[in-house]
Design a protein around this ligand. Structure first.
Ligand code: UT7
Length: 333
């Protein structure tokens, strides 16, 4: 039997740190409100002219490849998740492929928002299990600081999001003891408009963006924060339990839960529902905010660096986000 395993992890966060106090220059908010409601203390913003969505992903991928001891030329496929590509199309996966110098291999560009990395990992897992590919680069990268509205009008959304990238090298293995056990993907499009950006959509009368579209907020993130929160806490718990049940395991078997970093209160609620001690969950939202598709690979990379991911551990990844989408992956490290 062929299985897949993660053999290398990497991440890149831009150098500019934006604290909650920094945000008070642009909007009416406070460090106290942001920390109490979200847990976030600071986030990173990209540097124009230095970072791009693809360049950050390239840096993260190079780190992951180096740690895996794999040459970029050995990569068979790139699966790249982002909702903030450098161009409307083609996706940033193609730009990263060019930067890595691995032209010719396939690139699958996906969105799937905050669940993007787990969806991408699931795609990689399937391609490896069928024997089609042996080495796949799975990436999540976002530059969100340019599309958030940093005025008081947009504060409910703006304070949450940050920029960054994370990557994993996923490779074939015949060892059933160290592998991705299963992935579980879900979505419910009935809630698409509870967290979305309408433009630049194609279902409109004119070819180009108009001032009206901008003035009407078409390019702004629309988020029904309360609805997202309420669905998230239920779906996170559900999809984690689903992964455990599918593998005949229980929540006591989890060594480390790496949830998408959406809000510390969401993660804390889920942790309590699962009765996990604090040392069994990864929270780095305090330093990076919500980096959407990049949040899980950044958190997993940091946990690995800190020695919190060890051979034999049962690692659970779980995500929830726009779509609505939700997903989990269970990994025997
Ligand atoms: O990955 C998925 C991405 N999204 C999420 O996970 C979002 C999930 N939802 C959340 O995290 C929370 O709903 C938020 C953090 C977005 C908002 O927290 P909340 O506790 O649901 O606050 P709220 O939207 O109900 O607003 C409460 C109050 C309002 O004032 P009034 O109407 O009570 O006077 C807001 O205007 O807080 C106000 N407010 C703020 N005040 C200071 C909203 N944003 C801010 C802000 N600073 N940044």
């Amino acid at each position: 039997m062929t299985y897949s395993k993660i053999t290398g992890l990497g991440y890149y966060v831009p150098e500019t740190i934006v604290t909650n106090d920094d945000l008070t220059q642009y909007m009416e908010t406070s460090d106290t409100w942001i920390q109490e409601r979200t847990g976030i203390r600071e986030r990173r913003y990209f540097t124009y002219g230095k970072d791009t969505n693809a360049s950050m992903a390239t840096a993260a991928s190079r780190m992951a490849l180096e740690r895996a001891g794999v040459d970029a030329k050995a990569v068979d496929l790139i699966v790249y998740a982002t909702i903030t590509p450098d161009y409307f199309f083609p996706g940033s996966g193609f730009l990263m492929q060019r930067e890595l110098g691995v032209d010719g291999i396939g690139v699958i560009d996906i969105r799937d928002q905050c669940s993007g990395f787990v969806y991408a990992l699931s795609i990689a897992d399937q391609f490896i299990r069928t024997g089609m590919y042996k080495t796949i680069l799975v990436v999540g990268s976002e530059i969100q600081s340019t599309w958030i509205d940093k005025s008081t009008k947009g504060r409910g959304v703006a304070v949450i999001f940050g920029d960054g990238a994370g990557a994993a090298v996923v490779q074939a293995t015949d060892n059933p003891e160290h592998r991705i056990l299963s992935t579980h993907l879900h979505a419910d499009g009935r809630y698409a408009e509870d967290l979305y950006v309408k433009e630049p959509g194609s279902s409109r009368p004119d070819r180009s963006a108009t001032k009206e579209m901008i003035d009407e907020g078409g390019f702004d993130v629309v988020m029904n924060g309360n609805a997202v929160f309420k669905h998230a806490v239920v779906r996170f718990t559900e999809v984690i339990q689903e992964s455990l049940t599918a593998n005949g395991l229980t929540k006591e078997d989890i060594s480390l839960l790496v949830p998408h970093q959406a809000n510390i209160r969401i993660s804390e609620y889920v942790r309590q529902q699962l009765n996990l001690p604090e040392e069994k969950i990864v929270n780095n939202i305090q330093r990076y905010g919500n980096t959407t598709a990049a949040s899980i690979p950044i958190a997993l990379s940091e946990a690995w660096e800190h020695g919190r991911v060890k051979p034999g551990d049962l690692i659970c990844l779980a995500a929830f986000g726009s779509g609505f989408t939700w997903a989990s992956a269970l990994i025997k490290w």
